[in-house]
Design a protein around this ligand. Structure first.
Ligand code: ZN
Length: 146
């Protein structure tokens, strides 16, 4: 099995059995983002405990890439500090907008490295970034920890 096949397999698995899917209460903030070029939609909620992301819950509609990306996001972000989340998000964004030059560091990105191949298809990059921009938006809206 080549790396590309393995990555496709990971995307299919995440989109079929999304981790952490569903909207849960209580939550600190919510964001709804749409990717009109593909028809993907996500409603994403963050729950915080101090400066730690306690939960990310979401309802994602759309293509397998956007749904897999939300599932991977859940795995990567829950239980992390806000500072770590920014680092991971920046790494995902850099990889996805590198046009294939940045293959991603698996130590930082976990299963998100499976999305590296998407960077070569500009039309799909927005699918993969949708959940991450919704996350950034929700975190901006969340009341800052006191
Ligand atoms: Zn899409």
């Amino acid at each position: 099995m080549t790396a590309v096949d393995l990555y496709q397999q990971l995307i299919i698995e995440h989109s079929k059995r999304p981790h952490g899917e569903g909207l849960r209460d209580p939550f600190a903030a919510q964001a709804h983002h749409v990717n009109p070029t593909c028809g993907d939609e996500i409603t994403l909620r963050v729950a915080l405990a101090g400066d730690t992301v306690e939960d990310v819950s979401y309802d994602a509609l759309g293509c397998s890439i956007s749904r897999a990306s939300a599932s991977v996001l859940h795995d990567l972000v829950v239980g992390r500090s806000l500072e770590e989340v920014v680092t991971v998000r920046d790494a995902v964004q850099h990889m996805l907008t590198s046009r294939g030059e940045d293959e991603g560091d698996e130590d930082v990105l976990g299963d998100a490295v499976a999305l590296a191949g998407v960077a070569k298809y500009p039309a799909r990059v927005k699918c993969a970034l949708l959940s991450w921009s919704a996350l950034a938006d929700a975190l901006l809206r969340a009341p800052s920890p006191t």
